[in-house]
Ligand binder design. Structure first.
Ligand code: BTN
Length: 246
């Protein structure tokens, strides 16, 4: 076991990702170390968003990885791997979930998990990745204005033991990380694409030129999203260059 071989639990922290990055400045925790907390006072999401999570209700974790077998340009493989691991976990309890590019996990039109991956790169390899995961498990009400949050409890009506859930999640992530180490990248990309939110469906998107109708076809180099317009024109977007209109 790599992911989950060492678990550090904290009653509360400002942010598991920030704490992991701090630890890495003064030590080299073993690969797969998971930092886990009940509550974050400054949980971070993408684009300086806060990550809302009620005390003791959800999984808030950061995993320390040293994927030095990957080149900086292959960074997106880690996003794909971790996203698939979170989906594997969810599919133990619900029949479907999807990955809203680049790495939000959605169930139908609601967001159940968010990933915040922070890596440090050298010229030709990835030195370290802190993979932060916020996964809504037992929370019944969300107060922030984040778009469409949902928890497993809201979907199934069940309550879940967080320690047991963490065990299952880390087993699923470990399996996927071993698939990545094993070099089966074609399969990882294939499975990731098949799980993409709104894959092959015509919907509205926004880019710098305005709103357009298009459909998600695949991901290209560096994980860029490939969207086809009704004219047949295909465009590749980097993160933040396009957004789904919900
Ligand atoms: C997003 O969707 O914007 C990403 C959210 C990531 C939240 C998790 S919770 C655990 C880890 N620590 C943080 O501060 N953020 C990530």
């Amino acid at each position: 076991m790599i992911i989950g071989s060492n678990i550090l639990f904290f009653q509360n922290l400002p942010s598991t990702n920030s704490h992991a990055l701090g630890l890495l400045k003064k030590s080299k925790p073993q690969e797969g170390t998971i930092l886990c907390t009940n509550y974050q006072s400054a949980g971070r999401g993408y684009s300086d968003n806060n990550w809302e999570s009620e005390d003791g209700k959800n999984l808030l974790i950061s995993i320390i990885l040293y994927p030095s077998f990957l080149k900086p340009g292959d960074q997106f493989l880690i996003s794909m791997t971790i996203s698939l691991g979170v989906c594997d976990f969810l599919m133990r309890f619900i029949p479907e979930c999807s990955i809203k590019w680049p790495n939000d996990i959605w169930v139908k039109n609601d967001k159940i998990a968010g990933l915040l991956l922070e890596s440090s790169l050298s010229e030709n390899k990835i030195e370290v990745t802190v993979a932060g995961i916020g996964l809504n498990i037992n929370q019944k009400k969300f107060l922030s204005n984040a778009p469409n949050p949902v928890s497993l409890n809201q979907l199934t009506g069940e309550s879940y033991d967080l320690a047991l859930s963490l065990e299952k999640l880390s087993a699923d992530l470990d399996k996927r990380y071993k698939q990545l180490i094993g070099g089966n990248w074609v399969e990882i990309k294939k499975e990731y694409v098949l799980k993409l939110y709104r894959l092959n469906e015509w919907h509205k998107f926004r880019d710098k030129d305005g709103i357009f109708t298009g459909r998600v076809l695949t991901v290209g180099d560096y994980g860029r999203l490939v969207i086809e317009r009704q004219t047949g024109k295909k465009t590749e977007y980097s993160f933040k260059e396009t957004e789904f209109i919900l």
